[in-house]
Design a protein around this ligand. Structure first.
Ligand SMILES: [Zn+2]
Length: 294
């Protein structure tokens, strides 16, 4: 295990235990979630060392990296994901319709494969060898490992996207700084992450599925993500809510709480969360942030 002694956003040492969370997906181990008293950034601390993290991803339930279509829940997830891919493509294409699209943490490559089919030049980065091979085999993509990532040229990308990935990245500042070099001056950095300042996070507390310890090392809110990115030379252009995530996260959170999905209650809480966020995308369960270089 590894303990951070300073807040990675504001560098304060005043980081205190907030609550504990259980790893509901793989090990049932308990992890501490801490909050910085200076800037309110929230993080899993201590966390497994980089070389120990692999085992926390070894689960049949961990569907981000697989196309296993068993079970109705996974089928719905896959269906929603397909529509999500389409809307993600429209979003990035509306920002920059030319130039390289770099998807960091591309998983098995469904999003990037879709982008490539629409005549865009694409490049993926993916730490999991299994997912990388699937992406290359199923979508004929060019996908780099983490070790190869630093070799990408400066000013080469017009879009860098991270779809629910930044919360998994252990060397946060080093990675953001490299994004700053790779992105061209007109380019956009698009980051989607869970929002621990959302109403569904409030409702479920430590059982909120968006904490997903220890895989999620960082738990962002619009305030803390913006502060971090600004300190790395980016400015926020806009935020966009992800209303489907409220339902998905509420279903998983219900399962954590009672062992069952409780679809009716999850739907009610998802709806409530979206209603509260109707005029404020910064309150949705997950948020898409669009940044440019300052
Ligand atoms: Zn801080």
């Amino acid at each position: 295990m590894h303990t951070l002694s300073h807040c990675p956003v504001c560098n304060s040492e005043n980081v205190k235990n907030a609550f504990s969370c259980i790893d509901h997906t793989t090990t049932q181990e308990t992890f501490q979630v801490q909050t910085c008293n200076q800037c309110s950034f929230t993080l899993t601390n201590p966390r497994p060392n980089d070389d120990q993290l692999g085992k926390y991803y070894e689960s049949n339930d961990y569907i981000s990296h697989s196309n296993n279509q068993k079970g109705i829940f996974n089928r719905i997830y896959q269906m929603v994901r397909y529509h999500a891919i389409e809307s993600k493509f429209k979003l990035i294409n509306g920002l920059n319709s030319n130039g390289l699209v770099l998807d960091y943490g591309c998983g098995t490559g469904e999003f990037l494969g879709y982008v490539q089919k629409h005549e865009r030049t694409v490049l993926g980065v993916e730490p999991s060898e299994f997912a990388r091979k699937q992406a290359i085999k199923n979508h004929q993509l060019n996908v780099l490992s983490l070790e190869e990532f630093p070799s990408i040229s400066d000013n080469s990308a017009s879009i860098i996207s991270l779809w629910h990935v930044l919360e998994h990245v252990s060397n946060l500042r080093e990675t953001l700084s490299k994004f700053h070099s790779i992105l061209n001056d007109q380019g956009h950095l698009v980051i989607a992450v869970p929002n621990c300042g959302s109403l569904d996070a409030e409702i479920y507390g430590p059982l909120w599925a968006g904490y997903d310890v220890p895989r999620h090392l960082w738990h962002f809110t619009p305030k803390t993500l913006q502060q971090l990115l600004e300190s790395e030379g980016f400015k926020l252009l806009k935020m966009k809510g992800m209303p489907f995530d409220s339902f998905y996260v509420s279903l998983l959170s219900e399962k954590h709480r009672t062992g069952k999905m409780n679809p009716i209650r999850a739907f009610k809480n998802g709806l409530l969360s979206n209603w509260k966020a109707r005029n404020n995308p910064g309150k949705t369960s997950s948020v898409i942030y669009i940044f440019q270089k300052k």
